[in-house]
Design a protein. Structure first.
Length: 95
């Protein structure tokens, strides 16, 4: 079932499961997925594969700390999300 999905994508899908946008749409489909696609379109040819993976991980998880107060940066690290990605996610989070 999870074959081919990154840790970040799997975590985002679990954390946002059942979440809806203010318009009643699935949050992953209506918001997170389009952000991931935009990152790929914007940076896909100008980054190394490693950097693009990091940016995609950040895109998948950019709302997780804000939307899920029960998840913190240590949880992301425990899920083996890279330190640079975690730091970027923290900086993107509204406080």
């Amino acid at each position: 079932m999870n074959k081919g999905r990154s840790r970040a994508e799997r975590l985002a899908r679990i954390a946002h499961f059942g979440q809806k946008t203010r318009f009643g749409e699935d949050y992953i489909t209506a918001h997170i997925g389009p952000v991931v696609n935009q990152v790929i379109e914007m940076y896909g040819i100008s980054c190394t594969e490693r950097e693009l993976k990091r940016l995609i991980d950040i895109a998948w998880l950019h709302d997780i700390l804000e939307d899920r107060p029960d998840i913190n940066p240590s949880d992301l690290r425990a899920f083996q999300i890279g330190e640079n990605a975690v730091n970027s996610i923290v900086r993107l989070t509204r406080h």
